[in-house]
Design a protein around this ligand. Structure first.
Ligand code: F6P
Length: 360
């Protein structure tokens, strides 16, 4: 299953999982359209064979569809999903998704025995079917361009998105140079500034705003000063990268429009805004996202087939270019801790807890 926002490289993971599963001698099914597909059941759950995943490696998005499912958060949604999965004999699941999808999957895993009992009591499941599927084994792969999950150095899609953003900044720089203009580029990353920080470094930007590191008071003057000094040194363009979740220390969003207004008020310059939007999430995956998703997909199959009845759901990811697995609960809790620190205004703790990419 792929769930939540799509990400380049999800297809590589799907292909690896299908083929590693078949190689291990099991039947592999796709639950299409994420958890929503599990709730809908029927034709949304399809068996995939070796050739069904041919040719998808270089394609962006996910061939099995994805969705954000509000219904899955309800008890009835979860009951129906479990009912449909058991009906198809499915009790081992690999979920490729972001933080929300993976924490939801873990909750379902814990709730599974109770949901099964409730289905039997309601006459929706036979006691025999319930006895044959007392638990579900879940393994998660992180598919999200944001790189916002603690427990893996990189999430599937991040590298491709970073390439796309860097290409865009290069393109913007050339037109900005011609006109001696300032551009403000807004990039994705709701709660994580990885894409903004790394693209600012890779694209040689002048200034960046990140959710984990809100600027101290007086940032407006400092930003104008930095840009001014660049121009005085002969630079013809200025580029500012703003993460979509950036805010100041009072929690007021720092949007591209706000930065534009600051520049207009203080320098009289009419800076241009480029919001990259979903272009960052679409298109062909990078080589890294293809091989990384493939390696993690194969490991996820091993993990899910080896899982015992009481095993904690695991997350498969990358640490220092090695495929690793960590408890899903730990990864989800650590990820939420970063968000809590940001909400509390403890930004040093947030950066420390985020780990990768932010240590200097
Ligand atoms: O979580 C991935 C992400 O691309 C975020 O960076 C962005 O804020 C969000 O998804 C956009 O979601 P949607 O595609 O539902 O508009």
């Amino acid at each position: 299953m792929t769930s939540g926002g799509d990400a380049q490289g999800m297809n590589a993971a799907v292909r690896a999982i299908v083929r590693a599963g078949i190689h291990a001698g099991v039947e592999v099914f796709a639950v299409q359209e994420g958890w929503q597909g599990a709730i809908e059941g029927g034709e949304q759950i399809v068996q995939l064979n070796w050739s069904d995943v041919s040719g998808i490696l270089p394609k962006g998005g996910t061939m099995i569809g994805t969705a954000r499912s509000p219904e899955f958060r309800t008890r009835e949604g979860q009951l129906t999903a479990v009912e449909n999965l058991i009906e198809r004999g499915i009790d081992r699941l690999i979920v490729i998704g972001g933080d929300g999808s993976l924490s939801g999957s873990r909750e379902l895993c814990l709730a599974w025995p109770g949901l099964v009992q409730e289905l039997v009591a309601a006459g929706r499941l036979t006691p025999e079917a319930a006895a044959a599927h007392p638990r579900v084994a879940i393994v998660g792969l992180v598919g999200s361009i944001d790189n916002d999950m603690v427990g893996t150095d990189m999430t599937i899609g991040t590298d491709s998105a970073l390439h796309r953003i860097t290409d865009a900044i290069d393109a913007i720089s050339s037109t900005a140079e011609s006109h001696r203009r300032t551009f403000i580029v807004e990039v994705m990353g709701r709660r994580c500034g990885y894409l903004a920080l790394m693209s600012a470094i890779a694209g040689g930007a002048d200034y960046t705003f990140l959710p984990e590191s809100p600027p101290r008071d007086g940032w407006e003057d400092r930003m104008v000063d930095v840009l001014g000094r660049g121009r005085a040194a002969g630079r013809r363009d200025s580029v500012i990268v703003v993460a979509e979740g950036a805010a100041d220390r009072d929690g007021e969003p720092i949007t591209a429009e706000r930065v534009q207004q600051v520049l207009l008020d203080r320098t009289g310059e009419e800076a241009r805004i480029t919001i990259l939007g979903h272009v960052q999430r679409g298109g062909t995956p990078s080589a890294y996202d293809r091989w990384m998703a493939t390696a993690c997909g194969v490991e996820a199959v091993h993990q899910v087939l080896d899982a015992g009845e009481t095993d904690e759901p695991m997350l498969v990811g990358m640490r220092r270019d090695h495929v690793v697995s960590v408890p899903l609960l730990q990864a989800v809790e650590d990820t939420h801790r970063v968000a809590d620190y940001i909400a509390e205004g403890d930004f040093d703790a947030a950066i420390e807890a985020r780990g990768v990419g932010f240590t200097t």
